[in-house]
Design a protein around this ligand. Structure first.
Ligand code: XMP
Length: 514
């Protein structure tokens, strides 16, 4: 295995992700848990030292055990990791000379004749890299030579080929270092990893970890019908079978046939014990007369917690709550609680539940990114059509029905939405789009159908492309597609007589209307 020693960088998980992409098994351990005994136990075949917020010249700043450099295994230091290596191996690091954040270009230096480690780099002369450092190396440790250099970091890439030590000042793991993944993969191959690790192996390890954590305790999992909670549930069920019970709260704000599909899939197909809590009346009654988006969100969020708690209580003796938390959720909640960011929308989640119910958390997807969760879902045999589904917000159709919600409007909305999605699938566009839905507008307009006057709701189609939901562009449908879709919705859905297309990007718009 490859050991990543984490010095606390924001992007350490990205190193792990790149290694998984290179099909290499790795483990991240915080630096303060790595001592000589841990090194013996883990017996790594290679080590990567991550970046971190510390400053090497400061007394008491983190270091690696010296033993790590005496084991004869390849070591790659990144940013703070590079500085740690230089410091511990006899070089020098200084603070405050030259802060460097952002893009930089590294030019080759020294002899690249036989370096498997830098193979494929510098093909066009210089490499674009991402820097983020305040300190820098000012003297190389004995045995090292310079391999690449940038204006702000004369020792941007260095190597001691004899001892198999490599170190870079920039971050090869981030997207803004386009050839960084190549560098990391080269390092793993250099260290003798063949790249035969698979998502199947990840699944097996995850199952072992769940068993070790849970023992013979009972676990409750809130199912939303979304990909993350579903993958978590199926994985946990594979690990501990019927010690798991799922609770599916149906708030009456789901899409056409969605509740039936969830119940059929989990209860009938996977045989997972499932409580289907049909609480739509409770939610819809509470939402009557509510038109303010934040009040809607908070009403739904609050009720959800109550209802979940009630049904989870019926299970009796549960010790654990399973959640489909992903790595980006972990980072986002850290940065949200630590920063002065403004609440744009109160996101619907079950954040406060574990403390309220005195449950311990099981979060088997915490290290993964969305596309990796999808790959794991495939590994678990979840159908592609399910895994590729667009995201759906916790408050459901409530936030796609601006203004007051009524059962009638929701029914109209469901049918219009189903037609729109059917159109998108028929034209083979579903997988190109991040999210698509219909919003029913709080306005009725006059139309003419046959020889009669109509006075019905207007709706808006929304479809966006996005990488992570943080920014988005409207999808450029052809006019023919839009025309055909409008005709179908008006013909097939009683209650709608006008269709518009929302061409707002995010920002300034958001993906959902509320
Ligand atoms: P916005 O509308 O903020 O949405 O651009 C970004 C992404 O988040 C989803 N979304 C939610 N997901 N609970 C969720 O689980 C929520 O309360 C919520 N609000 C928005 C939205 O569908 C989009 O994918």
């Amino acid at each position: 295995r490859l050991l990543i020693v984490d010095f606390g960088s924001q992007v350490t998980q990205l190193i792990a992700r790149r290694l998984r992409e290179a099909r290499v098994y790795c483990e991240i351990h915080p630096f303060d848990q790595i001592d000589d005994a841990a090194l013996d136990r883990i017996a790594p075949r290679a080590v990567i030292l991550s970046g971190g917020p510390g400053s090497v010249p400061e007394p008491g700043s983190p270091r690696a055990p010296q033993k790590l450099f005496e084991m004869g295994i390849p070591v790659l230091g990144i940013c703070y990791g590079q500085q740690v290596m230089m410091d511990q191996l006899g070089g020098a690091v200084e603070s405050g000379h030259h802060r460097e954040f952002g893009r930089a270009r590294v030019a080759p230096a020294g002899d690249h004749a036989d370096d498997r480690i830098f193979a494929g780099l510098f093909a066009t002369g210089e490499e674009q890299v991402w820097m983020s450092h305040g300190d820098r190396v000012t003297a190389l440790a004995p045995g090292f030579e310079v391999i690449g250099t940038s204006p702000g970091a004369p020792f941007a890439m260095v190597a001691d080929y004899d001892r198999h030590f490599f170190a870079v000042q920039f971050h090869p793991e981030v997207h803004h270092t386009p050839n960084g993944r190549r560098l990391l993969e080269n390092f793993t191959r250099y260290a003798g990893f063949t790249g035969d690790w698979t998502m199947g192996a990840y699944k097996a390890e995850a199952i072992e970890k769940i068993r070790a954590q849970v023992g013979d305790g009972k676990v409750i999992c809130g199912l939303s019908g979304g990909v993350d909670s579903s993958v978590a549930a199926v994985l946990i069920h594979e690990a501990i079978g019927d010690q798991l019970t799922c609770v599916f709260v149906d708030h009456g704000l789901l899409r056409l046939n969605e509740a039936d599909e969830v119940v059929t899939m989990f209860r009938d197909h996977y045989n997972i014990p499932l409580i289907h809590a049909d609480e739509s009346d409770l939610f819809l009654d509470a939402l009557e007369g509510v038109s303010d988006p934040e009040v809607k969100r908070k009403t739904i969020g609050g009720l959800f917690i109550d209802v979940f708690q009630k049904h989870a209580g019926e299970i009796g003796g549960a010790e654990f709550l399973a959640q489909g938390t992903l790595y980006p959720d972990v980072i986002e909640s850290v940065s949200v609680s630590g920063g002065p960011s403004v609440t744009i929308k109160s996101h619907h989640n079950v954040g406060g539940l574990p403390e309220k119910m005195g449950l311990k958390l099981v979060e088997p997807l915490r290290d993964l990114f969305k596309d990796e969760v999808r790959a794991l879902g495939r590994e678990l045999g979840l159908p592609d059509s399910f895994i590729g589904r667009h995201p759906f917000p916790g408050p459901g159709l409530a936030i796609r029905c601006p203004g007051e919600i009524s059962r009638d409007k929701l029914e109209i909305l469901r049918r219009a939405d189903a037609v729109f999605i059917d159109q998108i699938r028929k034209h083979g566009l579903y997988d190109e789009i991040w999210q698509a839905y219909v919003a029913i507008l709080p306005v009725r307009t006059v139309g003419v159908m046959g020889d009669g006057r109509t006075y019905d709701y207007a709706c808006a189609l929304r479809a966006v492309t996005s990488v992570d939901g943080m920014t988005a562009d409207f999808y450029p449908f052809s006019h023919d597609f839009l025309g055909e879709t409008a005709t179908r919705i008006i013909n097939e859905v009683t209650g709608i007589n006008r269709v518009t297309y929302d061409i707002t990007s995010k920002p300034p718009g958001t993906i959902e209307w509320e």
